[in-house]
Write a protein that binds this ligand. Structure first.
Ligand code: NAD
Length: 259
């Protein structure tokens, strides 16, 4: 049986920043296969368009909203588009993330602000527009894609990323507590080392070789990087009614990396 039949889903960052499938695109495709109607929101129109085309080709239902989520009007636009299309949102996924390298001493204020705008403030501004609607319908599921880096020191140094993703988890728990009485749930997923186009671009800045991908895989107890489909399948649980009594949770999807 399909697990998201009739659910109105909005995914921020539903495209992929390079060839192949990232976490957001995998969620959009899997959720559509499971009967969800997917609003693909992305700052890159072409990337969102590719996701929508793939969904529609397979018989699913999807639409595009081209917007940068750090824009102050973005939350309002997301809610308006979802209302115009399908009368609202049942599942909201905040998937965007930005990483600038450097420890506290090396991180310039501008880089810090840029990372926090995307990883944290965008989510805060967005939920301020979506929560009143979810409260009025007395249900909703919000999923934040954080990172294992929020709770586990990685070999790479990127302080602004780790700290903003950590604050994103706290934001999800605050939302969960403040909105539980309205049957609105908010949970966080912490991907470990996932083989996405985004990760490849990041790796290529450090070292340009397949060797580095292999090294990355060998850091994981399971001896492999995760796939974006591992993230999508975990998110599907939070999106579906199977997790109706689960809120404020942190799900590590990391092949044992944090053990
Ligand atoms: N790959 C990993 O190893 C790994 C590990 C931990 C966490 N994550 C997290 O997973 C998420 C990324 O997953 P992905 O592979 O789908 O990423 P991605 O980089 O491919 O981005 C997905 C889409 O988000 C869009 N986007 C970026 N900034 C945006 C903005 N300001 N407004 C609207 N759209 C924007 C991009 O255009 C892209 O199409 C991030 O939150 C990242 O921090 C990834």
């Amino acid at each position: 049986m399909k697990r998201l039949v009739g659910k109105r889903v909005a995914i921020i960052g539903a495209g992929s920043c390079g060839e192949g499938v990232g976490n957001g695109k995998a969620m959009a495709i899997l959720f559509a296969e499971q009967g969800g109607k997917i609003l693909c929101i992305d700052a890159d129109q072409k990337a969102a368009d590719e996701t929508v085309k793939e969904i529609v080709k397979s018989g699913g239902e999807a639409a595009i909203l081209h917007v940068d989520i750090t824009d102050v009007q973005a939350g309002k636009l997301v809610m308006k588009k979802a209302n115009d299309l399908w009368g609202g949102i049942d599942v909201l996924v905040y998937n965007v993330g930005k990483s600038n390298q450097g420890g506290v001493l090396e991180t310039e204020l501008n880089d810090w602000k840029e990372v926090f705008d995307i990883n944290l403030t965008g989510a805060f501004m967005l939920v301020k527009k979506v929560l009143p609607f979810m409260r009025s319908q007395k249900q909703g599921s919000i999923i934040f894609i954080s990172s294992l880096a929020a709770v586990y020191s990685s070999p790479y140094s990127y302080a602004s990323y780790e700290i903003s993703k950590s604050a994103l988890i706290k934001l999800s728990q605050t939302i969960a507590r403040e909105n539980a009485q309205f049957q609105i749930r908010c949970n966080s997923i912490l991907p470990g080392l996932i083989d996405t186009p985004h990760a490849k671009q990041f790796i290529n800045k450090i070292k340009t070789s397949d060797e580095f991908s292999k090294e990355r895989a060998l850091m994981v107890p399971m001896q492999r990087q995760g796939s974006p489909w591992d993230i999508a399948k975990s998110a599907l649980y939070f999106a579906s009614d199977e997790s109706a009594y689960v809120t404020g949770n942190i799900l590590k999807v990391d092949g044992g990396l944090s053990l």
